[in-house]
Design a protein around this ligand. Structure first.
Ligand code: NDP
Length: 307
């Protein structure tokens, strides 16, 4: 069985940043990137809100650069996914791809979260071509255009009001006759002139011309089917934290987000740390994920020094 001082699970901004810091702290980190190296950012185009890039940078490019930086500093970045973990005692036992066993003195969980989609084939077809699950990432490309946001929670309301500042018109597609969002967010939506809420509506199909989104076909509860013309179709129906493999051991909230201790990355299991979207239901930004990866590596370093 291979023994490592610091095992990092996840190849997104949190995992790579943890790897940068852990490498510089001589923890010889081993990183498993999972099935989507680069994480959620590889599904976006330009990132204009990551500091340091005056003209923005492509999501895949930023991730490739972070990965290369970690490797240059000595991180052992590998392709593979954790398939099981036993965190009942230290060192922790982690199995990769159902075969390779690793004994880890510390573990940093940075497995991210996955945006929920409706599951329509047309939505898959136009993903990245008008269909997006991140208004903060992609909203800018729809300046002065018309977009739709699906969902009625705080994220949907926040994204709709954000988009309303950029776009000509924003439709909110809400499946019930009420919003789930907090009162304050609801009021904000209702008082924004260029947001129109389409109540009791479900999306049947995302419409497109083969190159990009041109509209959406909706089914209202009263049975009426109608089309709206939109250039962008944003999903905001929640995220799913990728914590299942570890939730038997680490405390998670009711949504599955790993609970960390105060401002640290410490979980309830000594020596296990969590970083990035798997422990962050609120901010979910590349920069906040990277920062929490930094915290996790510093916490792991301190933990190993103290023991
Ligand atoms: P939520 O789970 O709160 O809301 C999801 C929304 O999507 C609901 O309106 C839900 O409808 C709708 N939905 C779910 N599945 C479908 C579907 N298949 N088709 C159509 N609509 C669907 O997720 P959020 O991401 O909005 O929020 C997650 C957590 O983060 C919440 O606790 C929220 O309060 C918090 N948050 C806080 C913010 C803040 O304080 N600034 C900002 C953003 C999030 P229905 O209501 O019918 O179930």
């Amino acid at each position: 069985m291979e023994t490592v001082k610091c095992l990092i699970v996840g190849g997104g901004p949190a995992g790579y940043t943890a790897a940068v810091y852990a490498s510089r702290a001589d923890l010889a980190p081993v990183v498993y990137e999972g099935v989507q190296p680069g994480g959620q950012l590889t599904t976006t185009t330009d990132i204009e809100n990551y500091p340091g890039f005056e003209n923005g940078i492509g999501g895949p490019e930023l991730m490739a650069t972070m990965r290369a930086q970690a490797v240059r500093l000595g991180a052992d970045v590998r392709t593979g996914s954790v398939t099981s973990a036993d965190l009942s005692q230290r060192p922790f036992k982690v199995v990769i791809d159902g075969g390779h066993e690793i004994s880890a003195e510390t573990l940093i969980i940075a497995t991210g979260a996955t945006a929920k989609y409706l599951g329509l084939p047309s939505e898959v077809k136009y993903r990245g071509l008008g269909v997006s699950a991140c208004a903060t990432c992609d909203g800018f490309f729809y300046r002065k255009k018309t977009v739709a946001v699906v969902g009625g929670g705080d994220t949907a309301c926040e994204e709709a009001t954000y988009l309303a500042g950029l776009c000509k018109k924003v439709y909110m597609i809400v499946r019930r006759d009420v919003l789930r969002a907090s009162q304050a967010m609801q009021e904000k939506v209702m008082s924004t002139e260029n947001i129109e809420v389409l109540w009791n509506c479900n999306t049947q199909e995302v419409l497109g011309d083969g190159y990009g989104v041109t509209g959406a076909r909706l089914l209202r509860k009263d049975g009426e089917v109608f089309d709206i013309a939109v250039d962008g179709f944003f999903l905001a129906i929640g995220h799913h934290p990728n914590s299942e493999l570890f939730s038997q051991w680490v405390n998670v909230d009711k949504e599955g987000y790993i609970i960390t201790d105060g401002k640290t990355s410490k979980t309830n299991v000594e020596g296990v740390f969590a970083a990035g979207d798997v422990q962050d239901p609120l901010y979910r930004q590349c920069i906040t994920a990277a920062a929490s990866g930094c915290r996790a590596a510093l916490d792991a370093e301190k933990f190993l020094k103290m023991k």
